[in-house]
Structure formats: C-alpha cells, structure tokens
Design a protein around this ligand. Sequence first.
Ligand code: DQA
Length: 159
Amino acid sequence: MENLQSSVLSILVLHGPNLNLLGQREPGIYGSLTLNAINDLLAATAENLGVEVVTLQSNHEGVLVDAIHGAVGKHQGVLINAGAYTHTSVALRDAIAAVNLPAVEVHLSNIYRREEFRHHSYLAAVVVGQISGFGARSYLLGLQALVHHLQAASSPELK
Ligand code: DQA
C-alpha cells in the first residue's frame, strides 16, 4: 500500500559569527535575549507550524559553508543570519546558490538603518527573501515565511 503520510519538513537554522554572544553583545542593537532563548523560541514556533528545526552557530565561514552543503537531502530549507558574513562572504552566497535549497535571510537589527557597509548583503540575491529589524522576531517571521514558501511550492494553489 502506498504510504500517504508526508514527512515533516526540516529547516536548518544557521547563526553566524558573534551571535553566540547575544544577550551581552550590544543589547541596545541586538536585544537582551541569548542565542539559546532564540533557539527555544524557534523550536516552539516550529512545533506550532508542524516542522522541525536544527540549529547551528559558528564563528567560522567554512563551517557555515559545510553546513549548507550538508543540508542537501536532510533539510528542505535554510534560515540564516550570517552576521557580518552577510556583508563580506561570496563563499556563503555561492554555497546557497549551489545547493538550490530555499533560504530566508534574517537580521535582528535593520541593516539599512545602520552603517553604510551593512547596507549590502551578498546573500540577498540568492535567498527567497529577507527579514531585517524585528529583533528575535525576525527569526520567527523568517521561519514562518520559509515554511509557507515550502508549503506553497508543494501546493501551488496556496501561491
Ligand atoms: C546582524 C547584522 C550584521 O550587520 C552584524 O554584523 C551582525 C548581526 C543582525 O542580526 O542584525 O552580526 O546580522
């Protein structure tokens, strides 16, 4: 008999450099929640959406590149706050483009209201969309947007 049960969507959440210091790092800009607290909120939101999240933080560009490569076949989408690599990393941009998995870019702060060097994102052109400026809620909105995007892709009537 055909197995009609669809498998649960799995999203890889990547946190880039210095985000391990959230809670103590420039709280006026990034808020007072720790990374663990944000990951807990993501897990709760994922449960409500009926999806699974796997989170990883790294201060190393190559580790993030490897994680994106490793997502193929394991995860259906990538939610990423690349931190400062957003503004510098062609390698991360190429990794996202290479794996062809839908990705959503998020930022706690509104990068367009800050220093000029933060206004350009190397990732923006290869992601489905970007959410910037809503603090920890950027991640939750980004997760929702990514899940809706994936569900719309498998049910075109939702598009
Ligand atoms: C950030 C914005 C980046 O410019 C900065 O380098 C970060 C965090 C954000 O979430 O607002 O590390 O990605």
